[in-house]
Design a binder for this molecule. Structure first.
Ligand SMILES: NC(=O)C1=CN([C@@H]2O[C@H](COP(=O)(O)OP(=O)(O)OC[C@H]3O[C@@H](n4cnc5c(N)ncnc54)[C@H](O)[C@@H]3O)[C@@H](O)[C@H]2O)C=CC1
Ligand SMILES: O=C(O)CCC(=O)C(=O)O
Length: 470
């Protein structure tokens, strides 16, 4: 894809979302989105703006794993960064070696960035999760190191919702089994326990970006939609929120999960929940592998309680594509699961469409570049969201100070004392939990001042990390 194509993609991305840079974008679930901070969606510097840079951008090293989309590779390359690209995730030892050196890392859902890995990342400034989920990163530990984490909150939501729609019909008609049979020469023309989906009830657990999108699509096929969520969310169409999980399980013909991986969602569906479901109901999981207790699902299916299941995500997933990767060595129940009838298994492809992956590539690479080049943390999932308007071309001797520090009283006074010999043109500070982030543009700074400002700030005990952009 050429640079021009990327620009076009960025434009169409913004048009599709009906936003310009800096605008607040909204999803259909407005009440939910109101609790989510504003997000910026693309990165470009206008010709009248001074292009801030940390230092020679050729020094910036980015490690991209898990076949992050080429749109991202091009954006980073166009910034002049050094990009190291891998199609798969890396074994832990190799990841530790690589991460020691880089300023940024881009991953998808497989790579685990816990404290054990992040503590080796001495130069790391930013992590990009080229997906929705951020459970694979220790967000708190990253923040404590001054590392900001970005994701793509809804670029693949539609792709997941469409996969689930397909799975509802595939399960209701036992299409997976008929297809496997015919591939092996067996003609088995049956209608017993095969249903239309019109008039059936879809129970959605987690009515966020994906759940609400799915709700609209399911209603257009004539399904009734009920949903359960831990927060009250405005329903779309004629969908109805129910107040307990049990009520949803009692009423739904299809139960689908769209919740994040948290301590509360671990084994959200286990033996008691399968027992509470209607006889012959179907289960779909395209959220995270920890959310369903698979051994209990296997028992419920063997007992005839559950009529079929579609599973896209697993507690342990292979590091790379290839034959033999999905076996009992990975999850000990694999052979039992694959031997059951009417079970659709997919290799975590809910968000894997060309549209979603290119949009995610542009969105996350843009947010990371903006953070590296300008310090703007808008859209970060673990950091206070701070941004300042761009500098003009004539602001030659203006320096931007990015100071990440412990959120304790008195720090601003200390920092402003250090900066007080210069004109502070603008300043913005915000905090989130134990972390605070101060951004300031200071004018009339010469080269020797830069070093002394840096040294003074570096001596402050509350400092977590400092960057100066000019
Ligand atoms: N299979 C795949 O390829 C993909 C999987 N995902 C997974 O889907 C999840 C959901 O994605 P989005 O809809 O974008 O997230 P979202 O954050 O927009 O919505 C999640 C909803 O779940 C609700 N929730 C949280 N805990 C709950 C609980 N214990 N019980 C009931 N509701 C609960 C939240 O209140 C929220 O409304 C992601 O966190 C990710 O893990 C996302 C994209 C692709
Ligand atoms: O595409 C991927 O690698 C992960 C998709 C996903 O699960 C997510 O976006 O959270």
């Amino acid at each position: 894809m050429s640079a021009l194509d990327i620009n076009n993609l960025q434009n169409s991305f913004n048009q599709a979302l009906n936003v310009s840079a800096g605008a607040v974008s909204t999803s259909p679930t407005q009440s939910y989105m109101n609790s989510v901070p504003a997000r910026l969606h693309s990165y470009s510097v206008s010709q009248r703006q001074k292009a801030l840079k940390p230092f020679f951008t050729g020094d910036i090293k980015i490690l991209l794993l898990e076949n992050v989309n080429q749109t991202a590779v091009e954006i980073f390359t166009n910034q002049g960064y050094q990009v190291e690209f891998y199609k798969s995730s890396l074994p832990e030892e190799e990841l530790i070696e690589k991460i020691k050196d880089v300023h940024a890392i881009g991953i998808r859902s497989k790579t685990q960035l816990g404290e054990n890995i992040l503590k080796h990342a001495k130069n790391l400034v930013v992590v990009g999760c080229f997906c929705i989920g951020t459970n694979q990163v220790d967000l708190k530990y990253a923040a404590s190191m001054g590392v900001s984490v970005f994701n793509s909150p809804f670029s693949n939501s539609r792709s997941v919702a469409e996969l689930v729609i397909a799975e509802i019909i595939v399960l209701a008609r036992q299409i997976g089994d008929r297809s496997i049979e015919l591939h092996t020469g067996t003609w088995n023309k049956v209608s017993s326990r095969c249903w239309e989906v019109r008039g059936k009830t879809l129970g959605i657990i987690g009515y966020g970006h994906i759940g609400s999108q799915l709700s609209v699509l399911a209603e257009s096929m004539g399904m009734h939609v009920i949903y359960y969520d831990i927060v009250t969310i405005m329903s779309l169409g004629t969908a109805k929120q129910v107040s307990t999980l049990d009520e949803l399980l009692n009423k739904a013909d299809f139960v689908t999960l769209h919740v994040p991986e948290t301590a509360d969602t671990k084994n959200l569906l286990s033996a008691p929940q399968f027992a509470a479901m209607k006889d012959g109901a179907y289960v779909i999981n395209a959220s995270r592998g920890t959310v369903i207790d698979i051994p209990s699902l296997i028992l419920a299916m063997k007992a005839g309680k559950i009529g079929g299941a579609a599973i896209d995500v697993f507690p342990h997933e292979p590091a790379k594509n290839g034959a033999g990767a999905f076996s009992d060595d990975l999850n000990k129940w694999t052979s039992e699961l694959v031997s059951l009838p009417n079970v659709i298994l997919t290799p975590h492809i809910g968000g894997s469409t060309e549209e979603a992956q290119s949009a995610i590539g542009v969105e996350v690479a843009s947010a990371m570049s903006k953070y590296i080049n300008e310090g703007a943390s808008v859209g970060s999932v673990n950091f206070p969201e701070v941004s300042l308007r761009a500098l003009n071309l004539d602001q030659d001797n203006t320096v931007r100070v990015l100071y990440i520090h412990k959120n304790v009283p008195g720090v601003l006074k200390t920092v402003n004392n250090i900066l007080s010999n210069h004109n502070i043109e603008k300043q913005f500070s915000d905090s989130s939990g134990e972390i605070a982030y101060l951004m300031a543009d200071i004018a009339d700074v010469n080269q020797s001042d830069i070093k002394s400002i840096y040294d003074e700030l570096n001596k402050t005990p509350e400092k977590i990390s400092i960057r100066l952009l000019y």
